[in-house]
Design a protein around this ligand. Structure first.
Ligand code: UDX
Length: 435
């Protein structure tokens, strides 16, 4: 097989776009990464990344101005490329549907700049049948009869592990309508040496919906089980361990806690519920997945209230604000609702996160919260210490020191990171989720 250098344009420099651009540049292709945010592009030109993602900056630094360039000119990017990845944002609208305005804008720009055959690939998470709409849009607005293909190539990367996932994914999914498109995509991904599943475009789009929804369902399932464990004194961690050893179930995504957050699962579940309804199917199971997930946050707050009785005037330290470790992403983080609930009851909050403090400060700028300079500073004098993200550094904390710092030794572990028995032996009162 011939691994020619390809001319690739990646539209969108968010988590998906930037990682995709850096990966293809590292694989030796010529990549133009586009964003309409000029400020962001100017910073990227200096290798300043808009978000924290382990290993990504190094990749950008290694390839920038060689085979990776950043530009705010969509027209230029499209004209110069043979392969265009659409990786723009598809944010949720109030009714749960995805806002596809940016995707449409890019499709129209492609139609305007169709100077030679192009393969247009949707990489953003989009509702099923978006590929069809992209195709119709390009047909409608193109000024000549130049050929093009549309394909779907959903992205499965996880924030915090995005670079690793991009070079070693479990599988690559390509939704194609022509042999030419399939050949180009197979060639592009062949060096990764991972299974490639080819299908029609609708199927590829549904694979993405179904994968994210299934993972979220696993999380809500174990969270529902954790409630039964709470009611019976059983241990959800043991339940999950034993369940996970059954290969048909698998160990991953059975970590009970305050539930999922982030920019993918919450909006993707909403979007799948919405699109299913629009197609004529009521996806009740997913509504329940969402309900259970929301309830976990409220359940955590109730557990703290049960122990502290009155929250008014009490100091609560919250460690971990991002929706998961190794990211500074605060979008739809469970910490937001939990902090709001504590504030509503009049608690005084001291917050700390190793990476998302800057984003959290912006988000909470009108809230009565204090940000601490460090872990132990956050804990000093608190009546309850809450862990909401399982950052690695939290696992190495000195709990003897913590006990001396706290006004009341109550630990609420929203991610089941600690051995409750060990902490109880050290004199703490320990709250876990289903254990
Ligand atoms: C997810 C999908 O994993 C990825 O394939 C897709 O491309 C984008 O959405 P991401 O949002 O980065 O990735 O995070 P992920 O690691 O999947 O975690 C999502 C949320 O679920 C986090 O809030 C995490 O804390 C929570 N989670 C995960 C649990 O509560 N329990 C688990 O067992 C696993």
């Amino acid at each position: 097989m011939n691994y020619d250098k390809k001319k690739i344009c990646v539209v969108g420099s968010g988590h998906v776009g930037l990682v995709c651009a850096a990966t293809f540049a590292q694989m030796g292709h010529v990549v133009i990464c586009i964003d309409n945010d000029k400020k962001k592009i100017n910073l990227l030109k200096k290798s300043v990344l808009p978000f924290y993602e382990p290993g990504l900056k190094q990749l950008v630094v290694k390839n920038i101005n060689k085979n990776l360039v950043f530009s705010a000119s969509l027209d230029e990017g499209i004209k110069k490329s043979d392969i265009i990845f659409i990786a723009v944002g598809t944010p949720p609208l109030p009714d749960g549907s995805a806002d596809l305005t940016s995707v449409e804008t890019v499709a129209r720009a492609i139609a305007r700049n169709l100077n030679r055959y192009k393969l247009v690939i949707e990489k953003s998470t989009v509702p099923v049948q978006t590929g069809q709409k992209i195709k119709e849009t390009i047909h409608r607005y193109r000024k000549n009869s130049t050929q093009f293909d549309v394909a779907s190539n959903p992205e499965f990367l996880r924030e915090g592990k995005a670079v690793e996932d991009s070079f070693a994914p479990d599988r690559i999914v390509i939704g194609v309508e022509s042999q030419r498109a399939e050949r180009i995509l197979r060639e592009l991904y062949a060096p990764l040496g991972v299974p490639i599943i080819a299908s029609d475009i609708n199927t590829a789009e549904i694979i993405k919906h179904a994968s994210n929804s299934f993972l979220a369902t696993k999380i809500s399932f174990i969270n529902a089980v954790s409630r039964i464990c709470d009611l019976t004194g059983a241990d959800v961690e043991k339940v999950a361990l034993a369940m996970g050893l059954d290969k048909r179930i698998g160990k991953q995504f059975l970590q009970a806690g305050i539930g999922y957050g982030g920019f993918c699962f919450p909006k993707d579940i909403e979007a799948f519920i919405y699109i299913s309804k629009k197609l004529g199917y009521d996806f009740g199971l997913l509504k329940e997945v969402k309900r259970i997930n929301d309830e976990q946050r409220a359940c955590f707050v109730e557990k703290v209230k049960e122990r502290l009785w009155v929250l008014k005037g009490k100091k609560i330290a919250v460690l971990g604000l991002s929706f998961k470790p190794d990211t500074d992403d605060m979008r739809f983080a469970p910490s937001i609702d939990i902090i709001d609930a504590f504030l509503k009851d009049g608690a005084k909050l001291s917050l700390f996160d190793p990476a998302s403090q800057k984003n959290a400060k912006l988000l909470f700028k009108n809230k009565r919260v204090q940000f601490a300079a460090g872990l132990y500073a956050a804990i000093k004098g608190c009546d309850c210490l809450c862990f909401l993200t399982e950052w690695h550094e939290f696992k190495k904390l000195d709990f003897k020191k913590i006990k001396l710092l706290m006004a009341n030794p109550l630990i609420a572990d929203g991610r089941n990171m600690f051995d409750g028995e060990k902490l109880r032996k050290l004199g703490f009162e320990y709250i876990g989720m289903g254990k």
